[in-house]
Design a protein around this ligand. Structure first.
Ligand code: ATP
Ligand code: MG
Length: 353
């Protein structure tokens, strides 16, 4: 059996395992907690409105839920999948830096935890630092595509063609309004790929093959994975050198983390020995709630030095930016969200090239 055939056989075994795994139901999308905020605009327009409304008001809620012992235990169990050093251990400024080029799968099977927001805005902030960045939209929802101002209706080719028809990746790369930032868009066709891929030869390695053809053109490739552990996510993990896991600072955010890390370990052990969970990013942190602090504390206690020091705050400007087709650093460059993703980009890359 050739090395490739062997890889394919092992890939199939993994996918069967994943398919049989119980995937928890995603929580409902977060509701805006700042009632005074302006509604999110629907249609993209040229000039975004200025920030006139304070992003947060100090209003601690009276009866707050706290983390149950079961949730705390599940985090501890998940942490067993990942060797870490204590959070307070000294870190160098380039703790998260790795040799270039880097391919980062932004993955978490939980829905609405900030995967797309992180892929788009971390990508944009890395591009601003001077890196050439490619965002690959691997989610049929196409949120990274529209969030970067690309209309999926006007496309000749998308990531679907790369995965299903072995189309050259370079035929699908679209520039964005930001210098150095490019996107491989997704359309709703991709929804069919999960099923259409099943009988395909080396179906877990389609994206990897596409990216390999691209060579070292991009210093950073960020793959925005869908909220599932199906074949698309396996393609993302098989193509990546690293996994970045966004965790929403909310009660249910910690559920299923163990399963995600086990699956990453499976792909690492069978398909992609280069793969490592390089960073956990805490997102949608609401400083007004004790729960957010507790979740952040639990994650830090268990995942130690894997957790980025910079936390993404919950801010309405971050949720408005995609409807204008702009990353936050373009939409509102001085907002807290823009600042957070800029700092994260420095932390993850180790600084400008
Ligand atoms: N830091 C934040 N503050 C406020 N809103 C946010 C923040 N991050 C993300 N959001 C909003 O929360 C929602 C979910 O975020 P996002 O789409 O990034 O999550 P996701 O994990 O990619 O979701 P899915 O699993 O559906 O792909 C979006 O409406 C987004 O605009
Ligand atoms: Mg998404």
């Amino acid at each position: 059996m050739s090395a490739d055939d062997d890889l394919v056989t092992r890939g199939r075994a993994i996918f069967e395992g994943l398919r049989n795994a119980v995937v928890p139901t995603p929580p409902p999308p977060p509701t805006p907690d700042e009632e005074h905020e302006a509604p999110v605009s629907e249609a993209p327009v040229a000039a975004p409105p200025q920030e006139t409304i304070p992003e947060q008001t100090p209003a601690p809620s009276q009866e707050e839920p706290t983390l149950s012992p079961e949730v705390v235990a599940s985090v501890a169990e998940a942490a067993e999948e990942l060797p870490v050093v204590q959070a307070d251990a000294p870190r160098s400024a380039d703790h998260f830096a790795r040799p270039l080029p880097r391919v980062l799968a932004v993955a978490n099977q939980k829905g609405g935890v900030g995967k797309t927001t992180t892929a788009v805005n971390l990508g944009a902030a890395l591009a601003e630092l001077g890196y050439r960045v490619l965002v690959v939209d691997l989610d049929p929802q196409g949120n990274a595509t529209t969030g970067l101002g690309v209309n999926p209706r006007n496309l000749e080719a998308s990531v679907y063609d790369v995965i299903m028809h072995d189309a050259p990746l370079e035929d699908c790369i679209v520039p964005t309004s930001l210098r150095n930032l490019f996107v491989v868009p997704a359309t709703i066709d991709l929804a069919g790929a999960e099923i259409e891929l099943v009988p395909a030869f080396s179906r877990e390695l389609k994206l990897r093959r596409g990216l390999e053809q691209q060579g070292d053109d991009f210093a950073f490739t960020l793959i925005d994975c869908p909220p599932s552990l199906g074949l698309l996510t396996v393609n993302g993990l098989a193509a990546a050198t690293e996994v970045i896991v966004p965790i929403q600072c909310e009660y249910y955010a910690l559920e299923g983390l163990g399963q995600l890390l086990r699956n990453v370990n499976l792909v690492h052990g069978n398909l992609n020995p280069r793969l490592e969970v390089s960073a956990i990013i805490l997102t949608m942190y609401d400083a007004r709630t004790k729960l957010a602090e507790q979740v952040a504390g639990e994650v830090r206690a268990h995942f130690g030095d894997k957790v980025c020091r910079n936390i993404v705050p919950r801010t309405v400007r971050l949720s408005e930016a995609p409807s204008f087709g702009q990353p936050i650093i373009v939409f509102d460059p001085s907002s807290r969200g823009a600042l957070a993703y800029r700092e994260l980009a420095k932390e993850v890359s180790g600084g400008a090239p």
